[in-house]
Design a protein around this ligand. Sequence first.
Ligand code: PLP
Length: 396
Amino acid sequence: MSKDYSKLIELEKYHHTKLFPKKNFVITRGKGALLYDEKDNEYIDCIAGHAVLNIGHSHPKFIDAMKKQIEKLVMVPPGFPVEERAKVLKKLADITPKQLTQSFLSNSGTESVEAAIKLVLANNRDKKNPEIITFKRDFHGRTLGSLALTHNMRFRKPFMSWLSPHVKFAAFGDIDSVKELINENTSAIFCELIQGEAGIHPAPDDFPKALRELCDEKDLLLIDDEVQTGFGRTGKMFAYEHYGIIPDVVCMAKAIAGGVPMGATIASEDLYNKFNIGEHNITFGGNPLACAAANITIEILLEEKLIEKSANKGKKIISALDEFSKNNNMIRAVRGKGLMIGIEYKKKTLEMLKKAEEMGVLLLKTGLTVIRILPPLVISDKQVEKVLDVIQKISV
Ligand code: PLP
């Protein structure tokens, strides 16, 4: 490694918080599903910026759109209509069910969830202590509102004293356990239809419909967190399409804008009308740069049929892994939909990830025993073959 690069790593290690264990190489560029380090070593990127880069790295149309937008306009507040924002608001309404017409635009997944929490509160002003039900193993973010809806004690415990007590956790997939938690204050159910951070657990087939029916019966809002699952990751534009339900609110972020920070919370006009002017706002939300990034990202996803590719490649990977795991006693389970795939092992995975990295494949761990495969949806068949080969080699 050249002196400059080792200095750069030292600087990161010293000046960045200790929250992130750092790699000992520097990523210098990316192209499609590939990343390159300072020595030009090539890696197949099955992390994709934590399910962000669905259109891949450095897509030429994305680069072109970003260059043009930077030259034209980067920031104006939401009170000033701009072409890029109008377009993306329309696109989000077009790719979701017709009742969902209005979006609050923000900059991240956690902000899209925070907006949904406030939307629930604004719609339940008559209740003294509006309660939210969510699920064991669910992850909704790390700011204090979304963290209150996140189940894992590892994330919650240090901040417990500031987390809302008005959140209850039901068992994922068990409608009776949801029913047991409902009382006169219950206002909404938040769910991840495929639990991502917890190790890729898709909801059982009939569970989302049962949730929808329960919400209709009890007049509760059904809030679907599609931050990780959205924009083709699971082989559909959104995961609710797998289950044939329409949520009242959909939270989006991650892949929405091809790597430029953006979040969106879409709901009906009726729901958003319960907010009074000024009750929610965010400085950067809906800035023209992020909106232009989202517009081109959604166009690329549709034009290049990346959602269908995600479905087909995902099926191939999952069936290859299922086949392989029959004769492998280290693998406990293979789960997923589209290119959102988890392999649960009977042992810790850290060493396996290091080996994969040495063989040129970047994989993501979650918890101690699950490896996630979340490549850009543009990954080629040849790259898929290499990923499968490397997974076989490390699964010993
Ligand atoms: N919701 C889900 C389902 C997520 O997977 C994540 C992040 O992984 C978040 C919310 C939080 O998103 P962000 O990290 O952009 O705040």
